[in-house]
Design a protein around this ligand. Structure first.
Ligand code: AP5
Length: 250
């Protein structure tokens, strides 16, 4: 799912890639986006739609950590093994470990097609590191999309989420159920519940978001790039709002 455009990771939502020539002129550009928002607000779902339809690189730090975590024990660095423990508890991984992981994606960040960062930055220290990097590269951010949603909806979304172990397609037991329970519609893989989608870890993740990530709203507002988007409604409705908000900035 991370740093590449997959055909249908949003559980059948992505559809055919858009022909960019049919888009309004102001949207036919390489966007450099940060997707902000509490856990479960739909960053991954919107990230897949945007990257698939607009061709930019999707970089999800959560997915990168999960991919690194699924390696055999002997192949994991001590920092990565430690990062897994933070993730399972729902706590934020230390900034230095996150930054080392993001730096490995520098080529994707420099891509001519643009990029979207999903789940990064999450602390002011990470935001400052990214700012310095982008200034050095002379690549200003186009927008920071801040997805907004009430907590009750977040808990509903996270507690029903199921992910395909093979192709990473995202389902929801009520909102987007698979045709056969526990089996991925896309590839027949096994659907599982993420380790951190239990009530205790969800509460810790929401608290970490309030404490460490919500200050980024002010940080990006001051820079004039904050773009709030209401995340309630269907994925297509939220996508349409995102595009309208980006279009208004262009
Ligand atoms: P990460 O993987 O980034 O998790 P998160 O931020 O908690 O976000 P989620 O993936 O849970 O939710 P989402 O907003 O992508 O929602 P989704 O589209 O899946 O990070 C996990 C952990 O890694 C962190 O806790 C931390 O430990 C570590 N980490 C990662 N980055 C880090 C960083 N920068 N610094 C430090 N630590 C870091 O949707 C959720 C569900 O809702 C799905 O079931 C979906 O089908 C459903 N859904 C989506 N859209 C809709 C809709 N419109 N209507 C109804 N249902 C919907």
């Amino acid at each position: 799912m991370s740093t590449q455009n997959k055909t249908n990771d949003a559980g059948g939502l992505a559809g055919a890639p858009a022909d960019n020539s049919t888009l309004p002129k102001e949207l036919r550009r390489a966007w450099r986006l940060v997707l902000l928002g509490a856990p479960g607000v739909g960053k991954g779902t919107q990230g897949e739609l945007l990257s698939h339809r607009h061709g930019m690189c999707h970089i999800s730090t959560g997915d990168l950590f999960r991919a690194a975590g699924s390696r055999a024990a002997g192949e994991k660095t001590p920092a990565m093994a430690e990062a897994m423990n933070y993730m399972h508890r729902g706590e934020l991984v230390p900034d230095a470990t996150v930054w080392a992981l993001v730096r490995e994606q520098s080529n994707s960040i420099r891509s001519r097609d643009g990029f979207l960062l999903d789940g990064f930055p999450r602390t002011l220290a990470q935001a400052e590191l990214l700012k310095g990097f982008m200034e050095d590269e002379k690549l200003p951010l186009s927008a920071v999309v801040d997805y907004e949603m009430p907590h009750s909806e977040i808990i509903y979304r996270l507690s029903g989420r199921r992910i395909c172990a093979k192709c990473k397609a995202v389902f929801h037991v009520t909102w987007r159920p698979s045709k056969v329970e526990g089996v991925c519609d896309e590839c027949g893989g096994r659907l599982y519940r993420r380790d951190d989608d239990n009530p205790e870890s969800i509460a810790i993740r929401l608290e970490a978001y309030q404490r460490s990530t919500s200050p980024l709203i002010e940080f990006y507002k001051k820079q004039g790039v904050l773009t709030p988007v209401d995340a309630v409604g269907s994925a297509e409705e939220v996508y349409a709002r995102t595009i309208a908000a980006l279009q208004a900035r262009a």
